[in-house]
Design a protein. Structure first.
Length: 277
């Protein structure tokens, strides 16, 4: 059990060996890659110094950033954007390509699915039943469901604001298109995520939101109750005022992989690979 609590101190361990990790994300065009792919490249290649292999929607070739055989992140677009198009056939084709080109087997890797809440894309209870409750463990559950769905409410831009603003959970928007203009006003984009402090600030902001939802303590080895609790809280809020509190769960992946860890003041050492805040 790895229990996290609100407002703890965090540090980044750039020496952490994460092996091979798979991210399946929405968004993306062959020419630009989309916000999610660019975000993963900034975090894992530019800041952490890992290798990133990116496969954009409609592209026949992987685009590589960096070289690190011990720490490789595979950032993949599905052929279609919606989470409802994440079929076994579509995933099998992605994983087949990983196996052929990199000799990677998905069952040997943690898998994360990064998607927006995207309220208008689902039938009543469809997202909760078919996805939130099913994809809860990046390493696979007892029923054989592998992969963890980490939603951003209402969209991935919540993560961007979490890197630079305080108490973002107090802001509310219905759709990603409502949030995008507000993010644009800040002049901050995924391309501006450059420091360890940005990543740690995002974790802290996620925890502030979870605390506001009465979910401030969670177990990284059993996140299913927390993921469902966030979804249900946001659903009730949407019924009340037709908006979602800004909250992105992307930081959970960095915590689960051990890249960002908690520390006590007495644990601080002079390790040059660790950045603390």
């Amino acid at each position: 059990m790895r229990v996290c609590q609100r407002m703890n101190n965090y540090k980044i361990d750039k020496s952490k060996n994460i092996g091979n990790v798979i991210f399946v994300v929405e968004g993306g065009r062959p020419d630009t890659g989309g916000t999610e792919l660019r975000l993963l490249k900034k975090i894992f290649a530019d800041i952490l110094g890992y290798e990133v292999q990116e496969l954009r929607r409609g592209s026949d070739e992987f685009i590589g950033y960096g070289s690190n055989a011990q720490c490789r992140v595979f950032a993949l677009n599905l052929p279609k954007n919606q989470l409802t198009e994440m079929t076994e056939e579509a995933l099998d084709e992605l994983y087949r390509r990983l196996n052929v080109e990199f000799n990677i087997k998905p069952e040997d890797c943690p898998i994360f699915y990064l998607y927006d809440r995207d309220y208008l894309s689902y039938k009543r209870n469809e997202l909760r039943r078919k996805y939130v409750m099913k994809y809860t463990d990046p390493y696979g559950d007892e029923e054989g469901n592998q992969g963890q769905l980490l939603l951003s409410y209402p969209a991935v831009e919540s993560y961007l604001l979490s890197c630079i603003q305080d108490n973002v959970f107090l802001q509310s928007y219905f759709l990603g298109k409502d949030l995008k203009p507000e993010v644009a006003k800040t002049g901050f984009s995924e391309e501006d995520i450059e420091t360890d402090e940005h990543l740690i600030h995002a974790v802290t902001e996620m925890n502030r939101g979870l605390e506001a939802f009465n979910l401030g303590e969670y177990d990284l080895d059993n996140l299913a109750p927390t993921l469902l609790g966030v979804y249900d809280y946001q659903q009730e809020k949407q019924k009340t005022d037709a908006t979602f509190s800004l909250l992105s769960l992307i930081s959970m992946a960095l915590l689960e992989l051990g890249i960002i860890t908690e520390y006590e003041d007495s644990d601080i050492d002079d390790n040059a690979n660790d950045s603390v805040l």
